[in-house]
Write a protein that binds this ligand. Structure first.
Ligand code: ASP
Length: 335
């Protein structure tokens, strides 16, 4: 069988970094990066595209759209795509691409490293190799993160260690597969897409993520709602809103049909998700205004799904609700 043709799109990050007197800087071009691992040519036909050379701290939603556009423009020419990316915001980019590229029947793998590929001790080569093993598997499709041997759905990946090689966790959902040597051991099959391949080109910038802290003042809520259409609240535990903030939220939100403003409740606890109906501090929110609830979704997925959703210009809260709870790339199991 002919070797699969893969496009390696590089964006920078530690994987492509070299030591300078100002710290690690992503200076390697995509060709220089792949030249470090010539044996990849035995597994696939690699080609490269340099999209940018930045630390992922500097990645913005414009880069997510640029990435989706680059993949769209090259879609028919390749069997799969490997995006090399800094690890710090890779979870956000993987989630954003999951919403920007839907119904994908080819693999789009994001990977990176905790140590530069040019270093003597590095996880970069293994992660790149594992990404290729994943991308050449005929049953791989959709957006995934491959890191530390794990294959994680693009909407479930979270960086939860700053130093260690197993830096990414699959949150509230099992890893899709594990790479063992040259083998991909698949735990969760990704069904062939039932919807047609769709590339979206827009994300709304009007989404704000507010992390609650005990005793937070309501003073800022007015200006947050004046600047943003969607406020995602990272509340405590299974979810609720402090008494002192309730009037501020009610005033800022109004009703979606009149103001176009929406509130999404999630939790600052990484695992097991929200369940706002459990306590009185959550039930009082249900009684006071309409909101969406993240349940088992990651913050990265909620944030980017809201950016995608707001760009769809939903006419009613019901339409918004229906689209928000519609599962995309394993992002939620709440029905
Ligand atoms: N600061 C780097 C980045 O996100 C960290 C990494 O790639 O591991 O670009």
């Amino acid at each position: 069988m002919a070797k699969r043709k893969l496009l390696f799109i590089t964006t920078g990050g530690t994987i492509a970094s070299v030591k300078t007197k100002n710290g690690l800087v992503p200076l390697l071009t995509s060709k220089e990066l792949l030249a470090q691992l010539p044996e990849l040519g035995e597994l696939c036909q690699p080609e490269t595209l340099s999209l940018c050379s930045i630390d992922s701290t500097d990645i913005t939603p414009d880069h997510w759209v640029m990435l989706a556009n680059a993949i769209r423009e090259n879609w028919t020419g390749y069997d799969g795509f490997i995006v090399c990316h800094g690890t710090d915001t890779m979870g956000y980019t993987a989630a954003a691409l999951s919403y920007l590229i839907q119904g994908a029947d080819k693999p789009i793998v994001l990977t990176g490293a905790q140590q530069p590929i040019s270093g003597e001790i590095t996880d970069a080569k293994k992660n790149l190799r594992d990404s290729v093993i994943t991308a050449i598997d005929p049953a791989s499709r959709g957006v995934m993160v491959v890191f530390g041997g794990k294959v994680i759905a693009g909407t479930r990946a979270k960086k939860n260690k700053t130093i260690s090689y197993d830096a990414f966790a699959s949150v509230n959902f099992p890893a899709l597969a594990q790479v063992q040597g040259n083998k991909l051991v698949r735990y969760i099959p990704t069904p062939y897409p039932s919807a047609p391949l769709t590339f979206y080109r827009e994300l709304s910038p009007k989404v704000f993520l507010l992390k609650l802290t005990p005793g937070m003042s309501p003073a800022l809520l007015e200006s947050i709602f004046a600047h943003y259409d969607c406020v995602i609240v990272e509340s405590f535990g299974v979810g609720g809103i402090p008494k002192a903030l309730m009037d501020g939220f009610a005033a800022g939100l109004g009703t979606y049909e009149k103001t176009g403003k929406v509130l999404v409740l999630t939790t600052q606890v990484t695992y097991e998700g929200s369940d706002v109906g459990i306590y009185e501090v959550g039930q009082r929110v249900h009684e006071r205004f309409s909101f969406l609830e993240a349940h088992d979704m990651t913050i990265e997925a909620v944030y980017t799904k809201c950016m995608w959703l707001l760009a769809q210009n939903c006419r009613s809260f019901t339409e918004l609700q229906q689209k928000f709870y519609q599962p995309i790339n394993f992002d939620t199991f709440f029905q």
